[in-house]
Structure formats: C-alpha cells, structure tokens
Design a protein around this ligand. Sequence first.
Ligand SMILES: Cc1ncc(C[n+]2csc(CCOP(=O)(O)OP(=O)(O)O)c2C)c(N)n1
Length: 913
Amino acid sequence: MATRPTSRQGNAALPVLGSSDYIEEMYARWQGDPAAVSEEWRLFFTGFELAMCPRECVAASKAHKQSQVASVIFAYRSIGHLVAQVDPLGGAPSAVPDLELERFSLDEGDLDQVFDAGHLGGVGRAPLREILAILQEIYCGPVGVEYVHIQDREVRRWLQGEMEPRRNRPRLDASERKTILSQLVDAELFETFIQSRYMGQKRFSLEGAESLIPALHAFIESAAASGAEEIVMGMAHRGRLNVLASVMRKPYHMIFHEFEDNIQPDMVGGDGDVKYHRGYSSDYVTSSGRALHISLTANPSHLEAVNPVVEGRVRAKQRRRGDLDQRSRVIPLLIHGDAAFAGQGLVAETFNLSQLEGYRTGGTVHLVVNNQIGFTTLPGEARSSRYPTDVAKLVEAPIFHVNGDDPEAVVYVVDLALRFRQRFHRDVVVDMLCYRRHGHNEGDEPAFTQPVLYRKIASRPPVRTLYQRRLVDVGALTPVDAERIAEEFKQRLQEAFESVKVSCPLPLRREHAFNGAWEEYDRPYSHGPVATGVGHDLLVEVARALTTVPEGFSLNPKVARRLPTQLEAIRDRGEVDWALAELLAMGTLLAEGYPVRLSGQDSIRGTFSQRHAAWFDLTSQDKHTPLNHIRPGQPRFCVYNSMLSEAAVLGFDYGYSLVDPKVLVLWEAQFGDFANGAQVIIDQFIGASLDKWERSSGLVMLLPHGYEGQGPEHSSAYLERYLALCAEDNLQVCNLTTPAQHFHALRRQLKRPFRRPLVVMSPKSLLRHKRAVSPVEDLLGSRFREVLADPKPPAKARRLLLCSGKVYYDLVEARERDGVDDVAVVRVEQLYPFNSELFLDTIAPHTDAEMVWVQEETKNRGAWSYMLQVFLDLLPDRRLRYVGRDVSASPATGSPGVHRQQQERLVREALTR
Ligand SMILES: Cc1ncc(C[n+]2csc(CCOP(=O)(O)OP(=O)(O)O)c2C)c(N)n1
C-alpha cells in the first residue's frame, strides 16, 4: 500500500484545490471507485500507485493493467487503420503485432476484467473484451482513420466525440438506403449503357468506384444542411462524365451528343476540349428543397493542376458572397486519383496554401478515388509512402480511409469530413479504396500488366449488386423493387439516347459561355483606344493616401523621406517613376470601385524595394496599407507575400481572376524566369483556356526581365515562350518602357468589354533609371500606346531601329552620347496582339531607312523570331536585320564583364554603319 499523496506530490497543472485533505479525499474516493473521480484524477492516482509499487508487483497490479488498457485504446486510435477492412480487394493485414494483447502485458485472462475505458465512446467501465470489440468496430471496420498526428487536442477530441459513441455510427432508414441504391444504379448503368452504345470510346469509366456517386450526393446534402450555398469542384478524368450526369444532372442527351461528336457550332467556342475535361455548372436541389450552385472546373489532362485554380475560384467567390469570416458558404471539393495525389508536387503546394492569409479558403475536402492503380503502375511503384494520402499530414489533416464497397460507410465518412471542414475550417481527406474494373481507359487491356489482379476484379460483383443483396437480406428491399429501380433508369437512358439519334430534341444550352458577371465580356479583342487617363484631382487624392503617414506611426525614414516629393510631383504635375505609377494605377482603380489583388513572392515591399505597398511600424511592426485609405467605402486592396512556389500561387491567382471581371488580379514572379516553374498553369490554363473552354481571364503577370549582368537565371523572363503561345488574340504580351505605359496598361485591363491575360516583361533597373520616368500629364488625358514613335526622330533616318523594353534606353543614351543623327528608334510596347496599323503608321516616316530589330536577348530568345514573322507578313518586300546577342543555350552569361561587353557591342552595332 502506498503512502498517501500530498499536495506537494501533485502535478501543479492538475485541478488541485489546495489542501492535502482534498487530495486525500479524492484518493479515498478513487480507491473506492475509480469512476467516482474525474479522468485527470484517475490518471494521476494510477501513476502515483505505479510509482510507489515495487518493481515485481508492477506488472501484476490492477493499476498497471489499467494503464495498459489506456495504451491499448491509444494504439487503436493511432494505428487501428492498419488492420481496418478498407480494401475491397482484401489487401490489408488481418493483424499487426503492435495491436496484440501480449504487447501490452495483457492476456486472455484479462478479457473479462472490468477496466475504465476513459472517454472512449461514452463506455465508462467495461470488460476488456467489450472495450476491444468497440475499438475494433470504430477503428478497424470499413473506416480506418488517421488523426493522432493532429497536434490540436480539441480537434482530436472532436473527432473522437464524433466517431466513438455508438449513437453516431451510421444508421440509415429504408428510404435512405433505397436512395443510395438508386444512386449506385445510376452510376453503374450509366457506364454500361455508354459502353454498349459507344463501344471503345474513351470515357474513363467509374466502374469499381461507383460509391463516388452516393458520396457526392451525401456531401452536397450535408453541405447544404450546414448552410453552404456553393461548391466548387475539381476532378480528373476518372468518372467525370458520370459525375456530370448522375450528380450535376447534365442532361443525358447533351452527353450523348458529345459522344456522337455532334457539337452544335454555337455550343462550345473555339476549338473546344475533350468531353472529360470540360467544366460545367448547375443548381442542385437537395432532398429538403435547398438549392446549391455546383461548378466543376474545366481542367487539362495534367493531373492535379486544377487544384490551385479551384482554390482561387473559391476564394474569389467567397469574396463575392461576403463569406470572408467563416468561409463556410463556398466550399472547395477536390477529387483525386491515388497515383496523382501521391506523385504530383502541386498537391503538396496546394495543401501549403490552405492556411495562408491571402490564400485560405476555409478548408478543402479532398476525396481520393483510390483504385489502387495509376494507368499500369501499382502503388509500390508509385509512391514511397504507405498511403497515397500521406502528403496531407503536412497540414495535419485528418485522413479517413474507407472501403468503397461499403457505400454506407462512404456516405458516413463524407458527411463527417464535411462537418469537420465546417467546424475547423481546415483540410480533410477521404481516401476511398476501390478498384478499377477495366483498363485505364476503354481501349486499354489491363491483363498485359496485372493479369492476376484483373482476374480477381473480374470475379468481384459490382458494388450495386453487393449493396442490393445486403438490403434484400435485411428486408429493406425486395428483389422486385431492385429490378424496378434499374429498369426505370435504363428506360430513361434509352429515351435520351434515341432522341439524340433522331435529332437534337432540345435547344442545347451554350456551355461555359459568358454568363452571369461575364455576360458583357464576350467580345473579340480590339485595338480600339481605351480611355484610361484619369482626372488630376483623382490622382492627387490617391497620392495623398500614398503619402499620408497615420498619426503615431513610426515609418522607416528611407520610405518617409520620399513621400513629400512624391506628393509634390503629382500635385505640381511633375514626374513619376515606375513604382509610383503602378501604385497610382491600382489606387485609381480602387477609387473607381474595382478591387485589386496582388500576390507574389515578397510583393508587398517588392523584390527590388521599389513598391512599399504596405508600411511596417518601426517599433510595433503594425502594418499600414496606404491604398486601403483612399476614401471611405472603397474596395480593398489585397496585397500578399506568397509562399515560395510559382505553380500553385499562379494557378490560384488565375482561378481568382476567373470569377469576377471587375477585379484586377496581379501575380508577380520574383524574377521572370521563375515563372517556368508554373509552366503547366501558363500553357494549359492561361494561354489556352479561352480557346478550350471559353474561359476569359484578365490576370496580369508581372515578370521582371532585362539583361543587367545578373547571370543566366535573373535576366530573361523567357519572353519567347509567351510569344509562342500567342494565337487568336489569347494573350497580351508587353515589354514596356515608361511608367505611364504601365499605368495605362494596368488600367486598360478593367476598362474594356473583354478580358485577356496580360503578360508584362516588367523592369528591374528601369525602376530607378533616370530616363524611365513619365510626366504626370501622361497619366491624365492620354492612353496606352502599343507602338511608340521616336520622341526625337532625326530629320532623315538612315536606319530605323525597332526594339522593345529596356534596350531602348541603352540605344537612345548611346545615340545622344555619340551624336548619332541618322538613326530613329521605334518601340514595340505590345508585341501581341500586334497592332499592325499603328506599327505601319509609326514607321511610315522612315520608309527608306534600313530596318533593324535590336534586342538584348540571345538570338534564339526574345522577340526576334516572332517579330521577323510579323515583319515578313506585313512587309514582304523589305528586309529586317538582326542585332543582338548570338544564339546561346543559356539565356545569359554569368560574367558581369562579358555581359557589359556584349551589351556595348550590340548597342554599337545597332547605331553604327
Ligand atoms: C501530370 C500528368 N502526368 C501524366 C499523365 C498521364 N496519365 C493520365 S491518367 C494517369 C494515371 C493516373 O492514375 P490515378 O491518379 O491513380 O488515377 P486513375 O486513372 O487510376 O483514376 C496518367 C499517368 C497525366 N494525365 N498528367
């Protein structure tokens, strides 16, 4: 018998009420009945007795066994998922040593001993046998859960409170079960119907994973019940047509039309896309009559690339709906394949965005359709982690593994995941283990590579059959009922199919056309002038905000020093530099009611310390964002330093730009070349989405560019890559030379009846170049000019230099310095869409001059190849000579000295005979 604990032996963190009498009283109570005291006291006294017990009696003591039972409970919570029956193909081990009783110094003889189960499912005290049965049911049944990696105790407790009590386990009534069955019928028969009518056509069948359909219905129902108004989905090819038909209710006849390749000319714009990549949206009416808007985001073949785009859309929709606090009214749902989820870096990047101030969306629900194969690659070849979902632990997301052949368990888990998201505003993952009944697509033979697995799959009845049997067995359904449900559905499909064969039965709605907020923006690109100048009063108003230091704010003296001159310059119609013109462009748009969002690495201050979009108090670190203080009621200027990634952040900002044409969205690369880490977003979305999906975007990409001796990686923004993507007026690619041009180019983004992404080769040294300034007058009445004439043209030009961007200043400085009086310089500020008329007008005074394209990029880069083609098309009878760096495999030299020589040589060559 141990001596009694005193208050001094007690843990200070325990609810000790001071006196040793109190502790003794609690101890006596515990000895009488452990359940008579709180859990904290129970643990305390158990530990106390153990500590006082001689070594040899420890193992046999009741207290020790009790603590071992607590360990067993913890072990099940922690690794029960390892033996959970989640794989319909039976892949899990039936036992793991770490869960065996001997590991805990317990044995058969202890099974009927009564132990305290802590707060396990409200069990209280029960025989060990019963405790184990409950643990098996909760943690080793059709759901295996990983959640003990979550550091926040409240979150773990909430999950336990949801999962452990018996009353919370799924108990569906007959009608709910029939609903699930009919959803499985829809899912299965949709696939088999298409297979029989359009044999061999690619549809990326959902078969083997049909439980996805009841899962999505359950998700939407739960979302609606939680007050959500909108769901934005992203998913890949697998089962997408089924989701469109069975969940989003895209009319069957529309889908069949697409299989017939029977596209109406006005149904999709541009070149369109394959049917399993297109987006769609619809209003879903829940069983209780609530309507939710659901959109499925169009995506390219590039798996997982759509994830950040969905997040950006959600964030913009949350802003539009004023859902900024809880972010619970617009919910992102991402559906993944197991191989892609484990393999693609964008998955981790998107998780990493999920809690960042400028990018969070209140938690994403991830649903992995884990068919345990990726094309022909098995999990052992596809990942180093145990589960495809391990990447989600990066954000401490709970991960539910669920058996896809148990649709009730799937529905239960999806509902729980949704409620978790709505409660904690964090990401959560459902990993639905299933299989793929056929090959990767309908022309694919899986037996070439997995003959044994596919024999096993072939002998497995579909989930609909299994579930139907289960319902019949428990008397929830008769076989006749089951047959009727299937027959009715087949009938519906057949009717839709026949209607398409005969003729187009209904006028087909134009898909993804410009509707809602985009209704007025379905216009072709135009070079027509746009009024982007502003009144002087407005400019001064914005300048005041930009130069007013709040009372008591201790501003960095280097920033403070330039404020009076900036205000003065604007008031007195002096000159502005690049960064000020940019802030003025954004500020005037804000004052006019357009929200502005700027994101990128270190964008608040600016990579080159040029922007100072926010100020930081020297003592308190308080932040002041001047552009949010222009006038009351103005929209917000949101400027964010992003995480150190290009792909996910650019994808996010692109997604953001898709929602509201009246928001200016800018993404900035630290240096332009880093944008090639986001190539899939540029190639597959920004460049092609208008043509593929009729999706317009006014996103601005600021890409610092210019040869300034900083080496191969900080010189070129790969202008040529953007030019190679240009066609059908899809992008605007600019290499500007004046702050005023930048000002007008940014404002122009919101002032036209169409939207196109704007790619800007933005400056580095020009930010502080004494000539790269603009008179305030140029921000007032004037406008953007795609081509700039020589401001000081020679009386008669022997040679006309055509150029773009920073090299212009090198040329005019050398021209002045060397007294060259027979060379004119014309700047192409917007390379694409090319304004041929303006170009021809601008060069007209120099018809006899020799034409030379000058660039600082190497000959295989920059705008040379592009401009040569433009020139040949426009002026086939004239010659265009090249002056610039030689071809090179690397964009620029690493030696500042060689750089200088090269730059001097090209300028000299451009100006001299
Ligand atoms: C980024 C990318 N790389 C390669 C491919 C080619 N590809 C298409 S589907 C696929 C397998 C995907 O497996 P998984 O993610 O498990 O989805 P499943 O097809 O099994 O549903 C591959 C490699 C692709 N679409 N995207």
